[in-house]
Design a protein around this ligand. Structure first.
Ligand code: HEC
Length: 134
């Protein structure tokens, strides 16, 4: 009995270590692929001299492909956890953004204004984006 108890103990120790590694691995992957930063970098930011997709969208000039890419990116962002702020409010803001972008994609009247209201950088950053580290 003694020997088998040891085996069980050893097996659970191995499992615990394996589980620990798994969790650490996941956290590291999360830090690397950040859906929020991806959406910001891809659609809210643009190289100097070119308009970011969000600006084109607000002007009603984004292509269907750009808009559907944005909807997907916003959905991923919505499912992610912002670095700070209230999760329920985050989901609400992101959902407004998704709905407005989807309306643009459909060509709804007034969608551009709805989008411009939803993509309020400052309002969202104030609550959900950590202050810049110096
Ligand atoms: C619905 C909320 C929301 C809106 C709207 C929003 N942002 Fe952000 N943005 C965030 C959050 C949250 C972060 C911080 C992400 C992090 O640090 O993990 C961020 C970060 C960024 C970053 C830094 C990305 C990086 O790689 O660190 C840029 C650039 C940015 N936003 C640009 C914009 C611009 C420009 C607009 C307006 C056109 C905008 N964002 C609108 C939520 C938002």
């Amino acid at each position: 009995m003694k020997e088998s108890t040891k085996t069980v103990l050893r097996a659970s120790a191995v499992l615990a270590v394996a589980f620990g590694l798994c969790v650490t691995g996941l956290t590291a992957a999360d830090a690397k692929s950040n859906a929020i930063k991806d959406a910001m970098g891809k659609y809210h930011k643009a190289p100097k001299g070119t308009d970011p997709t969000c600006k084109k969208a607000g002007a009603g000039q984004a292509s269907k492909e750009e808009l559907s890419g944005m909807v997907a990116a916003y959905k991923a962002m919505c499912a992610a956890k912002p670095p700070q702020g209230d999760q329920a409010k985050w989901v609400k803001l992101c959902t407004e953004l998704i709905n407005a972008t989807a309306a643009l994609e459909k060509g709804d009247a007034g969608a551009a204004d709805k989008y411009k209201a939803a993509v309020n950088c400052k309002a969202c950053h104030e609550e959900f984006r950590p202050a810049a580290k110096k």
